[in-house]
Design a binder for this molecule. Structure first.
Ligand SMILES: Cc1cc2nc3c(=O)[nH]c(=O)nc-3n(C[C@H](O)[C@H](O)[C@H](O)COP(=O)(O)O)c2cc1C
Length: 197
């Protein structure tokens, strides 16, 4: 049986967690970043394919490399963030399936027969892993600022010279300054968007 999280934990990962737009000076350490990965990696993916790939942009030099790809609205806050995580996905994830899914050694052939088919799985599962990353970061006391306002081609060219890695979204991480958080936007009520049949 899974244990149910208490209210404080649910607040930390969902109810009071907010998308951050400004950051305190508190840095994000290597140990914290590795701990986030070591938690999120357990989130499920199809055939355990684990297609997400991460580059943590933290140094001044790496930030300068990212800068030209950022939209105007995302520029200042990303340059000021302790780190910006590039969340990508490997469209050739199937090459690793013999290691990742060893009890079905033919699993590679389920995906490698069509680039389009493989990419659809990489996007779906890579996006899930991006979400797992954010939930794990919040669970470990970090704040997140996810972004899709950037030039994907520029980020791929600058950070992923290997052509099999594509970029999904960016996520600033650190300790948020609550002063820059927008008013909470509404969410759909269950009955507006779901039904139990
Ligand atoms: C994949 C993704 C892309 C986003 N892109 C941007 C962006 O480019 N710039 C931005 O300021 N906010 C961006 N956001 C932030 C959303 O607007 C924000 O998460 C949403 O309004 C909910 O805010 P809340 O978490 O504070 O309730 C993005 C969020 C996600 C998950």
């Amino acid at each position: 049986m899974s244990a149910k999280l208490n209210d404080a934990a649910l607040d930390t990962i969902f109810r009071t967690a907010r998308t951050q737009n400004a950051w305190t000076d508190q840095p994000v350490t290597d140990d914290e970043i590795r701990a986030v990965y070591d938690l999120m990696k357990w989130g499920p993916t199809s055939a355990n394919m684990s297609p997400a790939r991460f580059v943590i942009v933290r140094s001044k030099e790496a930030k300068e490399k990212l800068k030209p790809a950022l939209s105007e609205g995302n520029l200042a806050k990303t340059m000021a963030a302790p780190a910006c995580v590039i969340i990508g996905y490997d469209v050739e994830f199937y090459e690793h399936l013999p290691m990742l899914f060893p009890h079905q050694l033919e699993a590679k052939t389920w995906f490698n027969w069509s680039a389009e088919w493989a990419a659809s799985h990489a996007v779906r599962n890579g996006t899930l892993q991006g979400a797992y990353f954010m939930i794990a970061a919040r669970a470990l006391g970090l704040d997140c600022g996810p972004m899709s306002g950037f030039d994907v081609a520029k980020v791929e060219e600058a950070f992923f010279p290997e052509k099999n890695i594509k970029v999904n979204f960016l996520c600033n991480i650190g300790h948020g300054d609550p002063k820059a958080v927008f008013e909470r936007s509404p969410r759909f009520a269950f009955d507006d968007i779901a039904k139990i049949i």
